[in-house]
Design a protein. Structure first.
Length: 129
């Protein structure tokens, strides 16, 4: 609200007592906003550092021991020869039959030669122009 009043006051050609009051009110409001932002920042900073949610001290070593145990168990378990999986056969798509490039070029050349011959009737000779 103070900013809108100050903007209206800035638009006036002559700045009287009322105009100066509105401009000062905007400055005070901006200072209040900055102070509130600073206080909020400090509050958020202390809240995140003083959080009571912490992992127990035994959790990380226990997790590392569990991962090591599973890795060693997997490595020492070995592979039994009777458990080999059969390879999966993948069906390949049959590619659509395409004409070779040479045959395609030959067909285009024949199509050009079959067109009516150019008798140059519609060409203006360069020296005549």
């Amino acid at each position: 609200m103070a900013r809108a009043d100050a903007n209206k006051a800035r638009g006036q050609k002559k700045c009287g007592f009322d105009c100066r009051t509105k401009l000062a009110a905007e400055t005070v409001a901006q200072a209040d906003v900055q102070a509130a932002r600073w206080e909020l920042l400090l509050t958020e900073k202390t809240v995140t550092t003083d959080s009571p949610l912490e992992a127990p001290t035994w959790l990380l070593p226990a997790a590392l021991d569990l991962v090591a145990f599973v890795a060693i168990w997997t490595g020492l378990s070995g592979h039994l020869s009777g458990q080999a999986r059969e390879p999966v056969q993948v069906k390949r798509r049959t590619a659509a039959k395409r004409k070779p490039k040479r045959a395609d070029a030959r067909a285009r050349a024949e199509a050009l030669s079959l067109r009516t011959a150019n008798d140059n009737a519609n060409v203006i000779p360069f020296h005549a122009a």
